[in-house]
Design a binder for this molecule. Structure first.
Ligand code: GTP
Length: 596
């Protein structure tokens, strides 16, 4: 295809502003999907995505569209909407010349609208501002057109008004994609270079890699090379999705499509990598490739210890489709054999956990998530800590924690509530701007550890659900962080150790000891439960002793009855874990680790 008739674009929006609905409507309008084949949210493939209504993986669809008698090929590249997947978002944006900035006409600009807009501007994309859901009775398009126009510096009349639901305004929007976005440019006779913006494992076809060709041309049967690793593979099939895969004779400058090489693991075909030809390789990669960085770690353990091999196989399978997932075996005194797993963020953790439970029928327990700390000991050794149990004993010179830059958008009446929350989470105010008279953008720098856990829920509840949040990594800082251990009868219970700021150590200690006092049954001796920083005890509870003499009820005589009772007691003990001399039912660990 001649690059002059190609338009590559993506839709960027805040969650729930209607991106998938609009994408579906475009597929229908351009005729690539017949109304009778339309299932809601065609582009969201995984069940979990469809159920949660979020988009995790991006994909591209080619749609024909005619303007003034010329046939154009519009490539719509789907971008994941959640901050956990920001690197994938940036690669999708880098594959486009323009973006549709979609805003709910009843909500206005939200935090992810801004975050995505700034990313799109960094990639120098042409922006088409669009208000969606104008069919809603609550829509206030005049007001939000003004807001949007002010934000991106255009006239309110330039803001298109559509409804993904009814289809109003969608043909005009497609026309606008053709007329206002630039055609892709590249060197047709240069060595081939294509950027990978998505890579998906398919049981039947192996890894399907989505690329945007920048220079040259890729054709089937050639050997291609991944520039980050130098690995070479034969190109078995190349084609475009429309939206079902259609093999083609090749892809040239500006084209978007898929490649199949027969590799079986998405790690061999990494998002952000550059594909070139083995026979005539390009010298320079397109935009630097970056490995996905896990930000949050958590231990995953099967509740039934015999499920450990199933868990290992399940993780191996998920990894084929998720280059950001990494894990290594770990053992815990309290929980047995499991894995320490790294995630991009909490949503990523939830998705992986849900898939393991649902697709592999596993019952899992996850330990408290934590971020990655850099700990420098007295002798200046630096230790990277992803698990509280790795926190060095003895004197510490410095602990550094990762930071996040958070952007919060709220109605002005909630400024006080938001600031109070951020302050209590050790945040530092960076700035504040009024988007309009009643809506404010507030920027904070906050430790990642404080933001990735229950922050969003607290924010929502303090602002009656009106706040929206976006965050990105923002370097690190030295902080007064300590490891709090929980001891039963003087023995440390590894799964309960936590790294917290010194100011929060006491509240963690008293909360955990009180919880465990409720959960652990009385034993034949008194059991102290303590919370400690190093050798210093900061909280303590006692479980009083009982003497449970089960045999006393049997009046001596009936020996078989006695034996039965003893057997039964043994059964019960299987579900018990020994911590030193203390018996703890596994349920107690599970309950103590659950977040409420
Ligand atoms: P994420 O994938 O989570 O980012 O959401 P999304 O932006 O793709 O939103 P989605 O298309 O799932 O729409 C969110 C909700 O808004 C759904 O309940 C849609 O039915 C509804 N919706 C989308 N477009 C319109 C519209 O034009 N009018 C009305 N009334 N509702 C709409």
């Amino acid at each position: 295809t001649d690059p002059s008739v190609i338009r590559n674009f993506c839709i960027i929006a805040h969650i729930d502003h209607g991106k998938s609905t609009l994408a579906d409507r475009m597929l229908q309008c351009t005729g690539v999907v017949q109304p009778r084949d339309m299932k809601a949210q065609y582009l969201d493939r995984m069940d979990i995505e469809r159920e949660r209504g979020i988009t995790i993986k991006s994909q591209a669809v080619r749609m024909p569209w005619e303007v003034d008698g010329v046939d154009y090929a519009l490539n719509m590249i789907d971008t994941p909407g959640h901050v956990d997947f920001s690197y994938e978002v940036s690669r999708s944006l880098a594959s486009c010349e323009g973006a549709i900035l979609l805003v709910d006409a009843a909500q206005g600009i939200e935090a992810q609208t801004l975050a995505n807009l700034y990313l799109a501007m960094e990639h120098e994309l042409e922006i088409i501002p669009v208000l969606n859901k104008i069919d809603l009775p609550a829509a206030d398009p005049d007001r939000y057109a003004a807001e949007l126009a002010q934000l991106i510096g255009c006239e309110p009349e330039d803001v298109l008004r559509v409804s993904g639901k009814t289809g109003v305004g969608v043909p005009e929007l497609l026309d606008r994609v053709v007329t206002s976005l630039p055609a892709p440019v590249g060197q047709a006779d240069a060595p081939a270079r294509a950027m990978i913006f998505d890579s998906v494992y398919d049981t039947y076809r192996g890894v399907v890699t989505y690329v945007r060709v920048v220079d040259g041309r890729l054709t089937p049967r050639e050997k291609i090379r991944m520039m980050s690793t130098g690995a070479a593979h034969e190109l078995l099939e190349i084609g475009v999705s429309s939206p079902e895969p259609q093999p083609t004779e090749g892809l040239g400058v500006g084209e978007v499509g898929y490649l199949i090489t027969g590799v079986k693991d998405v790690r061999q075909s990494k998002v952000g990598d550059t594909v070139t030809l083995e026979s005539d390789p390009a010298e320079q990669e397109i935009g630097g490739y970056r490995d996905p960085q896990p930000m949050v770690f958590s231990g995953l353990y099967p509740i039934d210890g015999s499920d450990y091999p199933v868990l290992r196989d399940a993780l191996d399978k998920l990894k084929l489709n998720d280059a950001a997932l990494n894990y290594e075996p770990e053992t815990s005194v309290a929980l047995g054999f499991g894995f320490r797993v790294g995630f991009l963020g909490l949503l990523h953790l939830e998705i992986v956990r849900e898939r393991l439970e649902r697709e592999f029928d596993l019952d899992l327990i996850s330990t408290m998530p934590n971020v990655v700390y850099q700990v420098t000991t007295e002798d200046r050794t630096v230790v990277e800590v992803t698990n509280p149990s790795e926190f060095p004993e003895g004197k510490i010179h410095e602990v550094r924690e990762p930071m996040a830059a958070a952007t919060i958008i709220v109605p002005a009446e909630f400024i006080g509530a938001v600031m109070e929350l951020c302050q209590s989470k050790r945040g530092h105010l960076q700035g504040m701007d009024y988007l309009s008279e009643e809506r404010v953008e507030i920027r904070y720098r906050i430790p990642l550890a404080e933001i990735v856990f229950d922050f969003f829920d607290s924010l929502k509840s303090r602002t009656k659900g009106y706040a929206s949040l976006n965050w990105g990594a923002d370097g690190d800082q030295a902080a007064d962080l300590v490891k709090v251990d929980i001891l039963l009868q003087g023995d440390q219970v590894d799964a309960f150790s936590a790294i917290t700021h010194r100011d929060f150590a006491y509240s963690y200690g008293t909360m955990m000891t009180a919880k465990l006092k409720e959960l652990i049954p009385r034993q034949q001796f008194e059991v102290p439960i303590q919370a400690a920083i190093g050798s210093r005890i900061i909280a303590r509870e006692n479980i009083r002793a009982i003497r449970k003499d089960v045999l006393s009820k049997c009046y001596g005589g009936d020996i078989s009855r006695k034996r039965k009772l003893l057997e039964k007691q043994k059964e019960g003990k299987k579900r018990m874990k020994m911590v030193g001399t203390v018996e703890v039912p596994q349920e107690a660990f599970i309950a103590a680790l659950s977040s409420d």
